[in-house]
Design a protein around this ligand. Structure first.
Ligand SMILES: Cc1cc2nc3c(=O)[nH]c(=O)nc-3n(C[C@H](O)[C@H](O)[C@H](O)COP(=O)(O)OP(=O)(O)OC[C@H]3O[C@@H](n4cnc5c(N)ncnc54)[C@H](O)[C@@H]3O)c2cc1C
Length: 433
C-alpha cells in the first residue's frame, strides 16, 4: 500500500524524500556558514550545508574585511591569506582608515604596524562575489556535504532526533535530521524566525546602499578605506573603499528608524553627496557607475540578545552581530562561525543540546570575546547622533595618541579593545596623551 502511494506520488513528480542523519546542519554558506564549516572540518565533524543560491553569488556589501577576518583566516589556514595578499588583481590590502567628521575634518589613521604580519596588511577589500566564493571553494572536504540551489520547506524540533529539516533541490526532496542546527542564513534568517521566534529590533537595524564606481580620484596612497560621517546620515556614514583595477566600492548606510521618521530617500542622499558635497564631489568628476545601486539590511548588535536555544544556535547576520559603529559584519560572521564550530564539538562530546548548555558553550563565550567591543561601538554610535561631539572627538584624536590608537583598534585588534574598559584610558584622552 505504502509503495503504491509512493509510486503514484512519484508519477505526479513528488519524489519520496531521501532521509539523511548528520551531526550538524548549517543553513547558509556565506562567511558565517563557511567559518563554521571550515572549523567543523578541522575537528573531523560530519555536517551538511544547505544554501539557497549557487556560488559564486554576490552579496551587497562594502567589501571591507578587517582585522578579525584576517585573524580567523590565519587561524583556519595561513596559506589562504598568503594567496589573498599575493593576488592584488582581486584583493586590495588596507593599511588604514580615513575618518571624516561631520564638519569635513579628516583624520588619517594608519593601522597599527604591529598588525602587519609577514608583510600582510591588517585588512583588505575584495568584492564579495570573489571573497565569498574563495571561502566557499575551501569547504570541499570529506566531512562537508553541500546542497546549493536548495529551498527549505520546514524546520522543526523533534523529541527523538533533535532537529528535522525538509528541503528540495530541483526535483529531489530531502529530510535531514541532526542534534544541532546552525543558522548562518543572514539578515532574514529562517532559522531565527522558526526557532528563536524573534525579529530584529527596528532600533538596531540599518539600511545600506552599495555601488561600484570606476575612476574615483584622490584615494589615499596606501589605499585607506574612507568613512565620511555626513551630518545628514548620522549616525551612519558614506563610504569609499578602494578596489583593484581603478574601481571603488561606494555606499551609504543609515539607521532604518531615522530613514522612516525623517522620510529620507537614501539613494538621493547618496547621489547628492556624490554630486554636491564639497569634500567628495570633485573626486567623482570623471567617475562612472558600473552596474546598479543596490540596497540591503544590516542587523546590528546594540545589546546582548539570546543567540541560541534547544538544538540550535545562530551566527553572523542571523545573530545580528554587525558592529554598530563600523558596520563590520564579515569578521564577526567568520568569528562567530568559528566559535559555533568549537561549541558544536563540545556539545557533541557531551551529547547535550539543551538551551542552557548551548548558551554556556556558545553565547557566553562569544560575548566574553566580543561583548566589550560591541558595547563600545554602540556607545560610539550614540555619540554620532551629536555632530558637535563627533567633530570634537576627531579634533581630539588629532592630538591624543591614545584615542587615535583606540579608533585604529576598532578595526584591527581584538585584544587592544580591552583597554577601552579601563578608566585610565579616558583620563589619557582628556589630557591629550
Ligand atoms: C550595504 C552593506 C554594506 C556592508 N559593508 C560591510 C563591510 O564593508 N565590511 C563588513 O565587514 N561588513 C559589511 N556589511 C555586513 C556584511 O555584509 C554582513 O555582516 C555579512 O555578509 C554577514 O555574513 P553572513 O554569513 O552572516 O550572512 P550572508 O553573507 O548574508 O550569507 C548568508 C547566506 O545564507 C544564504 N541563505 C539565506 N537564506 C537561506 C535559506 N532560507 N536557505 C538556505 N540558504 C540561505 C544566502 O544565500 C547567503 O549565501 C555590509 C552590509 C551591507 C548591507
Amino acid at each position: 500500500m505504502m509503495s503504491m502511494e509512493n509510486n503514484s506520488r512519484e508519477k505526479e513528480g513528488v519524489r519520496t524524500p531521501t532521509s539523511i542523519h548528520t551531526q550538524v546542519i548549517i543553513i547558509g554558506a556565506g562567511p558565517a556558514g563557511a567559518g563554521t564549516s571550515i572549523f567543523l572540518t578541522k575537528a573531523g565533524i560530519p555536517h551538511i550545508i544547505i544554501e539557497k543560491e549557487t556560488f559564486p553569488r554576490d552579496k551587497i556589501c562594502g567589501d571591507a574585511c578587517s582585522g578579525k577576518t584576517v585573524f580567523v583566516l590565519r587561524k583556519a589556514n595561513a596559506a589562504w591569506l598568503e594567496d589573498i595578499f599575493k593576488n592584488t588583481a582581486q584583493n586590495t590590502p588596507s593599511h588604514g582608515v580615513v575618518f571624516a567628521s561631520p564638519n569635513g575634518n579628516a583624520l588619517n589613521i594608519p593601522f597599527n604596524p604591529k598588525k602587519i604580519i609577514q608583510g600582510q596588511a591588517p585588512g583588505f577589500v575584495t568584492p564579495r562575489l570573489i571573497f565569498d566564493n574563495f571561502l566557499f571553494e575551501k569547504l570541499a572536504s570529506p566531512y562537508a556535504t553541500i546542497y546549493q540551489q536548495s529551498s527549505i520547506k520546514s524546520i522543526e524540533r523533534q523529541a527523538s532526533e533533535g532537529i528535522k529539516v525538509c528541503f528540495t533541490q530541483g526535483n529531489e526532496n530531502y529530510e535531514l535530521t541532526a542534534p544541532l542546527i546552525i543558522g548562518a542564513d543572514g539578515d532574514k534568517s529562517h532559522v531565527r524566525k522558526v526557532l528563536l521566534r524573534r525579529n530584529v529590533s527596528p532600533r538596531a537595524y540599518c539600511v545600506g546602499l552599495r555601488a561600484y564606481y570606476k575612476g574615483v580620484t584622490g584615494m589615499h596612497e596606501k589605499d585607506f578605506i574612507e568613512l565620511h560621517f555626513l551630518p545628514e546620515v548620522l549616525p551612519g556614514y558614506f563610504w569609499i573603499f578602494p578596489l583593484a583595477n581603478g574601481m571603488a566600492n561606494v555606499g551609504i548606510g543609515m539607521m532604518s528608524e531615522r530613514i522612516r521618521d525623517k522620510k529620507i530617500n537614501l539613494r538621493e542622499e547618496m547621489l547628492n553627496a556624490i554630486k554636491h558635497n564639497p569634500n567628495i564631489s570633485h573626486r567623482f568628476t570623471n567617475a562612472t557607475l558600473t552596474g546598479k545601486i543596490q540596497g540591503w539590511g544590516l542587523p546590528m548588535c546594540l545589546k546582548r540578545q539570546p543567540l541560541s536555544g534547544d538544538n540550535f544556535l545562530l551566527t553572523g547576520d542571523a545573530a545580528s552581530l554587525i558592529d554598530p559603529f563600523t558596520g563590520e559584519g564579515i569578521g564577526n560572521a567568520l568569528y562567530s562561525g568559528m566559535l559555533a564550530a568549537f561549541a558544536a564539538e563540545e556539545l557533541l562530546k557531551a551529547g547535550k543540546f539543551d538551551a542552557a548548555f548551548i548558551k554556556g558553550k556558545y553565547d557566553d563565550v562569544l560575548f566574553k570575546r566580543i561583548g566589550d567591543e560591541l558595547r563600545m561601538s554602540a556607545l560610539l554610535q550614540r555619540l554620532c547622533h551629536y555632530p558637535w561631539l563627533f567633530n570634537f572627538v576627531v579634533k581630539k584624536a588629532h592630538k591624543s595618541p591614545t584615542l587615535n590608537t583606540a579608533l585604529t583598534s576598532m578595526f584591527t585588534d581584538i585584544d587592544l579593545r580591552k583597554q577601552l574598559r579601563k578608566p585610565s584610558f579616558y583620563a589619557k584622552i582628556l589630557f591629550n596623551k
